[in-house]
Design a protein around this ligand. Structure first.
Ligand code: CA
Length: 219
């Protein structure tokens, strides 16, 4: 999952980037509203964490611009403590959820996961396919026979994206966009390598190749 973090507090942003990456997100960081507006318009994010108090363009205006332009990316806003007005304004401007600072990272993660599931039309709390469950907390696969299969960070991000989009034709370009960060050398041929590794772990038949089009995950 690709995530855009919009936060001008450098210390908080650095902590969050670290934790979010550890939790399996590909994270890009924007430190002001204009940069975020540009990134959110040119890149394909799965979810955005948006601080409202930002230099150059505040978070509310930014959010309104995205929504006016038809950008429907799920947005979780970070608001100041005790500011009910910020929450109301944020929700009216098109935010999908909010969290009040300071917050526990676990709550942020839980809310992000809920947002992502909603935006993928899935209500399940665990990602499952026949015979296997994705353990998002420990980034590993649990097989129904009790075996545990560890995943690398990239394998985890790729498999999670597949499992959130079962039965859909996913092009290499789309997978690359949702699995890697902006600064990463995004060679879509790498996706082939990771698909091969995933197949070795979960079985070849689960990921079907459509020549010249992409892949389909059998849910
Ligand atoms: Ca701020």
């Amino acid at each position: 999952m690709r995530l855009l973090l919009v936060e001008d507090d450098a210390a908080l942003a650095a902590d969050l980037v670290l934790e979010l990456r550890r939790a399996g997100y590909a994270v890009d960081l924007a430190g002001d509203g204009e940069e975020a507006l540009f990134m959110g318009t040119t890149e394909n994010y799965d979810v955005v964490i948006l601080d409202l108090g930002l230099p150059r363009m505040n978070g509310l205006e930014l959010l309104e611009r995205w929504r006016t332009d038809g950008n429907k990316v799920p947005v979780l806003i970070l608001t100041a403590r005790d500011s009910w007005r910020e929450k109301v304004d944020g929700l009216k401007a098109g935010a999908d959820d909010y969290l009040t600072k300071p917050f526990h990272f676990e709550e942020l993660l839980a809310r992000l996961q809920a947002l992502l599931r909603r935006s993928h039309d899935t209500v399940v709390t665990q990602l499952k396919a026949e015979g296997l469950t994705l353990d998002e907390e420990y980034q590993q696969i649990l097989l129904d026979d009790g075996a545990i299969v560890p995943l690398t960070g990239t394998e985890f991000r790729l498999l999670r994206y597949f499992m959130m989009n079962p039965g859909k034709l996913l092009s290499k370009t789309r997978l690359t966009e949702h699995v890697y960060e902006q600064d990463f050398d995004r060679d879509s041929n790498l996706i082939e390598v990771y698909v091969r590794r995933l197949r070795e772990k979960i079985g070849k038949e689960r990921i079907e190749t459509r020549r010249g089009q992409g892949y389909v995950f059998k849910g």
